[in-house]
Design a protein. Structure first.
Length: 75
């Protein structure tokens, strides 16, 4: 899980441990993270987005997940 962090290194480096599994195809994206804060607290964070009628905005979804991860680690 820790080979590809799925998001930018600036966010991933805020965590003691940062594991990622995800994927996408037309109309679907999914991202799941297993993280450990510097204080030692563990979090499982997951999100997905699908639209059978058209492609989803993968860049926007990654930005949303990055904001979520940043807000959790800040607390």
């Amino acid at each position: 899980m820790a080979v590809n962090n799925g998001i930018g290194p600036a966010t991933a480096s805020k965590w003691r441990y940062f594991g990622y599994k995800g994927g996408s195809e037309p109309g679907v994206i999914s991202m799941s993270f297993l993280t450990q804060s510097r204080a030692g607290d563990w979090y499982a964070i997951s999100g997905s987005w699908n639209n059978p009628a058209k492609d989803v905005d993968n860049v926007a979804f990654v930005q949303l997940m990055t904001r979520l991860l940043d807000s959790v680690v800040a607390n």
